[in-house]
Each structure stands twice: as structure tokens, then as C-alpha cells.
Design a protein around this ligand. Sequence first.
Ligand code: IDC
Length: 476
Amino acid sequence: MAHIPRLSRRNLVAAGAIGALTMGASVALPATNATAAAGCAVTYTTSSWTGGFTASITIKNLGDAINGWTLGFTFPDAGQRVGQGWSATYSQSGSTVTAKDMGYNATLSTGATTNIGFNGTWTTSNPAPTSFTLNGTVCTGSTAPTTTAPPPTTPPPTTPPPTGQTPVAINGQLRVCGVNLCNQYNRPIQLRGMSTHGIQWFNHCYNDAALDALADDWKSDLLRASMYVQEDGYETNPTLFTNRVNTLVDEATERGMYALIDFHTLTPGDPMYNLDRARTFFAAVSARNASKNNVIYEITNEPNGVSWSTIKNYAEQVIPVIRANDPDAVVIVGTRGWSSLGVSEGANSTEVVNNPVNASNIMYAFHFYAASHKDNYRAELERAAARLPMFVTEFGTVTYTGGGAVDTASSTAWLDLLDRLKISYANWTYSDADEGSAAFRPGTCYGSTYAGTAVLTDSGTFMRNRIRTPDNFPTS
Ligand code: IDC
């Protein structure tokens, strides 16, 4: 098996991350005039708080098809500023703002819409702009700007999810019911799926063929998009990573899978270190994905070295940011000791049961690595699951380092327990990392074959067998 030395692997995947940025742009686009835009309609809605706001903008092209667009508007108040944006590249000069397409969303056929947005700041007041231009043409079809968020007059632009037998088509919007995750029929279900590796390193693994294999060959219910915050992740380029998470949500949606957005804090272990980043990130992704029924938010991966009360405090500051945009989505909160319910730091789930997060429709995360964590961890999860809604957002079949051999006996005991308790799970990792936890053999992601078993490691073979068995989701 090819051994890719660690350093060069990182260099390669860094190149892959850049490649992905241009991936959307390399799709053949119709040769249409980039300046033509005979008419347009814009809706601009905000949710505002003291000094800050999130703006959601829908652009509808009422003219000829265009390939390449720039939206222009002017803030009415001198103190209004664009901050982090998504689905467009923003610039501001004085009060004049332009938002340019990002390549993958450059084409707008006649009647097509696209959604963009940004987080901004304001000082004295936050009125909506009164006029918009698209490629220089005034958008007379613009609906009256408002800050009270009326329903958009245009439908969301994303590809509609497939209907029929996909996990999302069957189960719809999920909610927490008692200690379970329930589907649209209010019946407990279990989602079984895979986690990406860090998208800053393995972005090239999440191409169409790989995601097709996950949905169709593995029959996965779930894709966890693991966005590290440190370690060359989100903090280095918030816009790039926010956009990439959003496109992974779209990829899951198109395939009828649930998308778990993982704000992958790890080192430092105190989630408060990333509180401002979390607020910015979750404001953006929850606004962008609010109308979808398949998005689950995991607000901190593995808190460690901090008390439960600190984690709870963090959760109670981040959850309202999500709820403001996407009130019905399930939110998952990490637990103490690398999401071990405290066990790895000498505590247990009692601290959570006695002092739960003050929010509804939430679950708690539990993580394990089967070769390292055995009976005492299983016993604690089972004890906790009688009192708390639990979701295994990450686990490995190997040791907690992510490496080593598959512990088949312990992994089987774990998954049998999760199946029995209907606890949902995502396995670390759907990647070709050179480590035992990866599902694919090293080098697989530079090829084009992902389905079948020839490309799989021992862990991949084990997990594919567990995940692809029928779900039998209840429908009444
Ligand atoms: C590991 C990766 C490894 C990477 C390391 C960097 O497998 O390639 O070098 O992170 O931080 C976790 C974490 C997860 C770890 C994984 C395995 O959530 O980020 O991934 N693990 O060590 N918790 C327990 C184990």
C-alpha cells in the first residue's frame, strides 16, 4: 500500500483545497453575456441586534441569462459595514457595496434566483438599502426592503432534494422527542453515516463520485462535515470554510442525506476560546440553510480541560444565534472530556442530567474510539441515554489516536449498543488519510472509484457493512 509521508500528504491536500475552489468554476457554462441584465428583483431581509446584523439577499434575474454578476447597493446609514459574507465576494467603499458572484453561482438563467448573505455591523441605525443594481441595471422588481423578514417572494435556489426513498425524503424534518431523535411521523429513528476528515486537509475527497458512493453504495443517512476551527481550518479563512461547509450541505441535500455541520473545536479544548467565531459561523450557516429540513448543527466537537458549566455557558450563547434563523433544527452540544460525557476526565453524565443546557430540541454528543474505550464507556452511555438525548457524532473503530488496527469485537459491541438504543452515529473518517480510522486506502481520493470494497481499508469494509443494511424507517 502506498505510504504517503505526513508532510507531503498535507502539502498535497492543501493543493486540493485550492483546487476545490475552482472546481465549481470549471464546469462548462453557457456562453452568455456577462453584462446583460435587463431586469432584476432583490429581496433584502435582516435580523438585527445591537450593533450587528445578518442580511439575507435573494437576487432574481428577470432579464436575459447571465454568466457573471455583480450586485450593487448603498447603505443608507454611514455606520453600516459589511463583515463576513457568503455565496458572494463583497467589497465596500464608503457606503457603496458590491457583491460579486463566486464562479459556481455565476450563471443565472432568466427567472433564476440565487441567495447570498453577510454579517454586518451598524452604529446609529440599520435601515435596509432602497435600491439595488445587477450588472449596472436597476432592479425595479425589488420588493420593499424590511427588517421584519417577510417570507421571500422567490423560492430558494438550491436543487430540490430528491423525493422517494432517500433518508430525508422519508424522515423529513427531525426533532428531539424525549431521549430520541424522531422523524416527521414522531417515531424514533437512528441515522447511520460517516464523518469527513478535516476539510482543510481532505477537501478533495468530497467530490461528486465519492459522495455518490456514500449515498448510493454505502446507503449512508448522514454526512458530517468536519470543519476544524484551528489547525489551518476556519480561523485562517472564515469565508472559504463557511462556503465549503455550505456546498457540502448542498451535496448532502441533493443526495437525500442529512448534513451534520461540525464546528470542530479540539485544541484549545475550551469552546469559549472560539465563541466569537462560533457566533459568526453559525449565524451565517443557519441563515443560509434555514429553509432546509436536513441540517443538524454540532456546535463544539470535543471540549476538554473545561468544566461542564463552561460548556453549558457556551452552548447557551451559541444556540440562540442558530434559533434566530433556523428555529426548528436539532442542535448537538459536545460534552466534557472530548465528548465522553466526562468519563475521560473522571466525571460522568450526572453533571449534565443535573444541569442540562437551557434550550429545547437539543442533543448531547458522545464520542468513542473502540480500541481505547470499552465497557465502562459503554455502560455510561447506556446509563446517560435513559435520561439525555444522545448522538454519537464521531467514533472510530481504532484507538483514540485515529490509528492502529480495527478492534472488531469492541466496534461490534458498540454498534450493537447504538442500534439497540437507536442512537445515531457518524464514523471517523470518510477519507483516504494514512491512518487506521480512514475508510479508504491512501491515494483513493486521487482516483475516481469510491464504490465497492476494492478501495476500502479494514475500517471502511467494516463500516460499509454496518451502514448499508436497510434502515426500515417508520412511516406512520
Ligand atoms: C485526528 C486525525 C488526524 C489528525 C488529528 C489532528 O485523525 O489525522 O492529525 O486529528 O488534530 C478525535 C478528534 C479528531 C481526531 C480523532 C483521532 O475529534 O479530530 O482526528 N479523534 O485522533 N477525538 C478523538 C479521536
